[in-house]
Design a protein around this ligand. Structure first.
Ligand code: ADP
Ligand code: MG
Length: 338
């Protein structure tokens, strides 16, 4: 690398604004390890995501967008647990010291780091094929964690935001979709503004921290939708020992999804697509009104899309209330694809 490793760390990480003072961060970038002070009444919540070039983002992708996405998907995992972001660390493998790329990358992290008061406190920088590993640390009250294993029959199922945009964005960006040949955008209807909308949906998912923090005490379980609703709700269903009934007609779709995609493809995107980074909660019936009210206070759209039932599987109903069946296996992700 033309720039030394130390110079990269200093310029783009230590002195870029990403490492800022925060109570509890006793030592950040610069010593052999970061030192954090965790309040005695809080739990430390940790999550990590690894993003590899050409696997998780395209080779030519804009550095700033990739950085934003890398941090956003990690923050989404904290949101899914209802934890408050504390700080993050970064493992960066670089083929070379491309200063333009590093500048964009550093700037792409900065927006979210500041928005969520989540400084970069350490990491490792080394040479090799481009990959980005982020570990986020969050804090949560002892009884405030939202888990996957506590949904109960009768609970309503809610999702935040829109479903399917992540998978539709993959098509809009011209990337390979695991949903196969039958999964298509109506190119003629893909306006420039929808193209932009989908690019944002993919690279700039909104971590639903505020919603999760505000509603944690009102929900019985939760998860972030990163692999498609069917699979992710499936984790709640399996962990909680329950079933789920989904009213597919209630699924929330964005205006661009509605205009650019057939109903059947939209449903496929929502159930089996992935990359939405919305939250899915089960909410006891007596808490639903409060949940909807509190969600509105965080300016987050939430939609009731079904109900937890007895059983062990997810059933989907169409507009006429008839059961739908899917060839679920054909949409299964292969290890390493996401
Ligand atoms: P060591 O040789 O002890 O591993 P390094 O030279 O790797 O130390 O790192 C020096 C300091 O810079 C450490 O505080 C480390 O956490 C930080 N650091 C290294 N790479 C990064 C990075 N990509 N992002 C943030 N901090 C980093
Ligand atoms: Mg090191």
């Amino acid at each position: 690398m033309s720039l030394s490793e130390f110079e990269i760390i200093r310029r783009y990480f230590a002195e870029s604004g990403l490492y800022f003072d925060k109570p509890g961060v006793e030592i950040g970038i610069g010593d052999d390890a970061a030192v954090l002070k965790i309040p005695s009444n809080k739990l430390l919540v940790i999550s990590m995501d690894v993003l590899v070039e050409s696997v998780h983002f395209p080779k030519s992708a804009d550095a700033s967008l990739v950085a934003n996405r890398a941090l956003a998907v990690n923050l989404s995992d904290l949101a899914a647990m209802a934890a408050d972001p504390f700080c993050f660390t970064l493992g960066l493998v670089l083929p070379d010291a491309d200063e333009h790329w590093l500048q964009g990358f550093s700037e792409g992290l900065l927006g979210l780091a500041q928005e969520f008061n989540c400084p970069l406190v350490g990491g490792d920088t080394t040479r090799g094929p481009l990959s980005i590993t982020i570990q986020v640390q969050g804090l949560c009250e002892q009884d405030g964690i939202v888990r996957r294993d506590s949904a109960k029959p009768g609970d309503k199922i809610f999702v935040s935001g829109y479903l399917g945009d992540g998978a539709i964005a993959i098509k809009s960006l011209g990337l390979n979709s695991h949903l196969g040949d039958g999964f298509n955008l109506e190119q003629a209807k893909l306006t420039e503004s929808c193209r932009e909308y989908f690019e944002n949906a993919y690279y700039k998912p909104e971590p639903r921290i505020a919603l999760a923090r505000r509603c944690a005490s009102l929900v019985s379980s939760g998860i972030d939708v990163s692999d498609g609703l069917f699979g992710d709700l499936g984790h709640i269903v399996a962990a909680s020992g329950v079933g789920a009934l989904l009213q597919t007609q209630q699924f929330p779709y964005s205006a661009c999804a509605n205009s650019c995609m057939s109903e059947q493809n939209r449903l496929q995107a929502a159930l089996f697509g992935g990359d939405d980074y919305e939250l899915c909660f089960s909410v006891p019936p007596q808490q639903c009104a409060a949940f909807v009210r509190e969600a509105a206070r965080t300016d987050t759209m939430v939609t009731c899309i079904g109900e937890i039932i007895e059983g062990s599987s997810i059933k989907c109903l169409d507009a006429s209330g008839l059961p739908m069946s899917f060839d679920v296996d054909s949409y299964a992700h292969f290890y390493g694809e996401d």
